[in-house]
Design a protein around this ligand. Structure first.
Ligand code: 5GP
Ligand code: MN
Length: 341
């Protein structure tokens, strides 16, 4: 039996909404990742099984290595279909907000969601959720929103409506948010859930391969370049920093999401506990932070860049020059030395 995590009154309130409303919209955060899409499409397949009218809306495009996901073709990208996505949100009677804690993370969908008369259910695992929804299911102790979707469905007593595509999406989100079960993945319940998903017919090895073994040549060469040429190590701080300008990135035929995972690689060194990747991305500089052990990357992200995230994985944005974002990083580091011993 799966242990109970979501509060019973939240399950009951949400179940009532699920049973009573038919026009369902599912939204997730900007730059959707495997868990954002896994939870959204997992819930999509479940709702379709229930016979609902369902629309998944994303604020912008997502990496090519996620395009295979079942249901992906039915997703509406709000960047390309502004009017129809806003109309769907206004017209919905139930909106699920998945894998983000504050509405700002849904970017241009924030106001349409606030203004919609639809009932709202938030399901997420980031700290400090904004309380805009009718039901807030927020569990930072759970490693993925996709796991929460599985738990949510089971607790409503609807496990039988989890079909194979639903199970594949949920597995994808659980896998990608734990680095293929290499961090935040010590809970025995994770493996209980995986065994349930296997019963639904998923091929977990094939899913791993679709996510991690489909890189373009440019990405693999870019990885070599950033590690060999661009990685700086701050030995006194057990910290590494990789920076990448847009001009450098362009040399490698860039694709969306092709720098994903680079930030994790320096942590494979025994003497590194904090890794940063700072990348110029058109009009914004994106900061990705990772750590192993107790170093609070989310505190660093919040204090230095006004960003946020989890203890070991967080990020932020910087509006300005790449050099200034890097300077900010280097100047901030000494204040965190006591946490990097
Ligand atoms: P990534 O490095 O993969 O872009 O982001 C890792 C995690 O950091 C995300 O799952 C999210 O929780 C958090 N994160 C990334 N960028 C931002 C940001 O700009 N603001 C906040 N609040 N969190 C972010
Ligand atoms: Mn997530």
């Amino acid at each position: 039996m799966l242990n109970r995590v979501i509060a019973e009154d939240n399950i009951q309130k949400a179940k009532k909404l699920v049973l009573n409303y038919d026009k369902v919209v599912i939204v997730t955060h900007l730059a959707p990742d495997g868990d954002a899409l896994g939870s959204s499409l997992g819930l999509y397949h479940f709702m379709m099984e229930l016979g609902k009218e369902v629309q998944v809306i994303v604020p912008n495009d997502y990496p090519a290595f996620l395009h295979w996901m079942p249901g992906s073709k039915s997703i509406v990208n709000a960047e390309w279909h502004k009017k129809s996505s806003e109309a769907a949100i206004a017209d919905a009677d139930l909106i699920f907000c998945l894998d983000f804690n504050i509405l700002k993370r849904s970017f241009q969908l924030e106001n349409p969601i606030r203004q919609s008369k639809a009932k709202k259910i938030l399901i997420d695992h980031h700290l400090n959720p904004e309380t805009f929804a009718d039901v807030t299911i927020s569990h930072p102790e759970i490693s993925s929103t996709s796991e929460l979707i599985f738990r949510f469905i089971c607790r409503m007593g609807m496990y039988e409506y989890v079909n194979k595509p639903c199970a594949e999406c949920i597995y994808t989100g659980m896998m990608t948010d734990t680095g293929a079960f290499t961090f935040n993945s010590n809970s025995p319940a994770i493996y209980y859930i995986i065994s349930e998903l296997l019963q639904k017919g998923i091929d977990k090895d094939a899913i791993y391969s679709r996510i991690y073994n489909q890189c373009a040549e440019g990405r693999v060469r870019l990885q070599g370049y950033v590690l060999y040429e661009k990685m700086k190590i701050f030995y006194g701080y057990k910290t590494s920093l990789i920076t990448l300008s847009e001009e450098e990135h362009l040399r490698f035929k860039p694709e969306r999401g092709d720098t994903e995972g680079f930030v994790n690689i320096p942590l494979s060194m025994g003497n590194i506990v904090f890794s940063a990747f700072i990348r110029e991305d058109r009009d914004v500089v994106r900061i990705s932070l990772r750590s192993k052990g107790n170093f609070p990357t989310n505190q660093f992200a919040a204090e230095v860049y006004g960003g946020g995230g989890h203890l070991n994985a967080s990020g932020g944005e910087f509006y300005g020059k790449l050099e200034d974002a890097v300077k900010k990083f280097e100047e901030a580091l000494p204040a965190y030395k006591h946490l990097l011993e």
